[in-house]
Design a protein around this ligand. Structure first.
Ligand SMILES: Cc1cc2nc3c(=O)[nH]c(=O)nc-3n(C[C@H](O)[C@H](O)[C@H](O)COP(=O)(O)OP(=O)(O)OC[C@H]3O[C@@H](n4cnc5c(N)ncnc54)[C@H](O)[C@@H]3O)c2cc1C
Ligand SMILES: NC(=O)c1ccc[n+]([C@@H]2O[C@H](COP(=O)([O-])OP(=O)(O)OC[C@H]3O[C@@H](n4cnc5c(N)ncnc54)[C@H](O)[C@@H]3O)[C@@H](O)[C@H]2O)c1
Length: 458
């Protein structure tokens, strides 16, 4: 049996960073990865999808060339093999970077294989038995595949398998109007596919505010994407040639025909084949591993980080998990997960960035608040770029004047929102943020202007 100070299961977004901190502090670490270094983000998540978003943007801008006084010599055509080669090159470089960094890490031993608990302090990887007093689970998640009628006979794509396509689906049905569904819907529409989004909720990205969902829908529909809301996918059908999605909608049951179906219906944590019962860990009803505010499970000596703990679902939350664990174990710094301010971005174009509370959450809180909204049609940077969809929305506590939350749907919104996030972390009064001189012309320069025009939230 091989003994270490720590075992880390999963080389996704939290595991490698934590291995770096632990080994630098003198710990011996066994890092176990069963598939690809870098996990979802690098191989099938953020990196390839944002590279695809860039290809889709290039196609979109080319089609709009005349808006900018550029006369295109030929109509836009996609070379899907070249698109795929580009994302593969970017992904490979990133994955190899993670792998090289881990292999060169002193005191870190890498095991390639699937880890499974045999006791609370022991894991089996192939023929090897590993033991450590500290075990960190960073096993991530995979696309959720619901047990729908037809699922076993109909060819369907997931956010992972769609990346292997090197031809264009003529007609793509996307089931799920969440993050993955909407990013792929716009990417493939811009590549030239006909796209229908099927969403069971009454609006797209339903956790966002209603005005945000409506604006997102408007942007996608303006590009020719068909959006079906209140539409529950209840079955899939394949007759040997055509595929279709069976939908239960407010108009009754109907079929949405397609050449390809993408299922983007959420994620399932990779906790079912870890042998958690041998460690004495019970998962919640969705398969997530319950953790406390410092990411310890109910079993002493075992932590869970990243997607598998149900406390995040993003790369930045997984990376932050690693920081929280390292701070508590190594730095005598009692950091908590609940200290962080929620933040995320949806990478449609223009992007949607959200930090802190939404307007709906501020209303639910019941304390007096102020709101400021500015459409991107009144942001000079957006006008100059002819990209004026969306708006900036800020929410401020009426009494303390602390910023409660913000949404920016618009060009550059994913970057500009960080002024607000930094101000929130530093507890900066809005009066100081208003006095800070911002650079012209940027989206961020309008943040002081919005703060100067706040109205009571009624
Ligand atoms: C299409 C898509 C786009 C996304 N875009 C973004 C984005 O733009 N921004 C963002 O912040 N987030 C994005 N995400 C989410 C982000 O990718 C994940 O939140 C992040 O990768 C989670 O990291 P993790 O370390 O928890 O898990 P993962 O990255 O999934 O890593 C887990 C690792 O554990 C390994 N593993 C699992 N079980 C075992 C076992 N038993 N033994 C050994 N190894 C095991 C897996 O092989 C994997 O390598 C996206 C996700 C998807 C699907
Ligand atoms: N930009 C980003 O950061 C980014 C991008 C993609 C994915 N992700 C991560 O990956 C996760 C998974 O993304 P996702 O889009 O698969 O999940 P999601 O939870 O964001 O969205 C799933 C959607 O599918 C809908 N749905 C579920 N069952 C349905 C049915 N039977 N019929 C119709 N609609 C149905 C849900 O109502 C929901 O709107 C995200 O939650 C996020 O954590 C992040």
């Amino acid at each position: 049996m091989a003994a270490y100070d720590a075992i880390i299961v999963g080389a996704g977004q939290a595991g490698p960073a934590l291995a770096g901190r632990l080994t630098a502090a003198g710990w011996t670490v066994a890092l176990v990865e069963r598939k690809l270094f870098g996990g979802t983000c690098v191989n099938t998540g953020c990196t390839p999808t944002k590279a695809l978003v860039a290809s889709a943007y290039a196609a979109h801008l080319n089609r709009r060339a005349e808006d900018f006084g550029v006369v295109p010599s030929i109509a836009v055509m996609m070379d899907m093999r070249r698109v795929r080669q580009r994302i593969e090159a970017i992904v490979t470089e990133s994955r190899e970077g993670v792998q090289q960094c881990l292999r060169q890490m002193e005191r870190c031993t890498i095991y390639q294989g699937a880890a499974r608990f045999v006791s609370p302090s022991q894991l089996r990887v192939g023929d090897e038995l590993l033991t450590a007093p500290h075990i960190f689970l960073n096993v991530g998640s995979r696309p959720a595949i619901p047990n729908l009628p037809g699922i076993d006979t109909v060819p369907y794509l997931t956010s992972s398998t769609i990346l292997a396509l090197d031809s264009l689906p003529p007609k793509l049905a996307v089931v799920g109007g969440g993050y993955a569904g909407l990013e792929f819907a716009q990417i493939y529409r811009r590549f030239g596919s006909e796209v229908t989004v099927i969403e069971r909720a009454a609006r797209l990205v339903a956790d966002e505010d209603e005005d945000v969902s409506n604006a997102v829908q408007g942007i996608l529909e303006a590009e020719g994407i068909e959006v079906r809301l209140n539409a529950d996918c209840i079955s899939l059908r394949f007759d040997g040639e055509d595929v279709s999605v069976g939908v239960n909608s407010i108009d009754g049951e109907l079929e949405v025909p397609a050449s390809h179906i993408l299922l983007a219906m959420g994620r399932t944590p990779n906790t079912d084949d870890l042998g958690l019962e041998a460690a004495g860990i019970a998962v919640d009803e969705h398969g997530y591993i319950p953790v406390d505010d410092q990411l310890q499970t109910a079993v002493p000596g075992i932590w869970a980080l990243g997607d598998c703990n149900g406390r995040g679902g993003f790369t930045h939350t997984a990376c932050n998990d690693a920081e929280v664990v390292a701070a508590n174990l190594l730095d005598n710094d009692a950091r908590n997960v609940s200290d962080r301010i929620p933040a995320h971005a949806l990478y449609i174009d223009p992007p949607l960035a959200q930090v802190g509370m939404t307007e709906r959450q501020v209303r639910q809180r019941g304390r007096a608040a102020l709101i400021g909204i500015r459409p991107m049609t009144k942001v000079s940077r957006a006008i100059e770029k002819s990209e004026t969809h969306g708006f900036i929305k800020l929410l401020v506590d009426a009494e303390s004047k602390e910023i409660l939350g913000a949404s920016i749907l618009g060009t550059g919104g994913d970057e500009a929102i960080h002024c607000i996030l930094t101000a929130m972390y530093s507890g900066m009064p809005t009066s100081l943020l208003q006095r800070a001189m911002h650079i012209h012309p940027t989206v961020a320069e309008l943040i002081p202007t919005v703060l100067g025009n706040l109205k009571p939230l009624v």
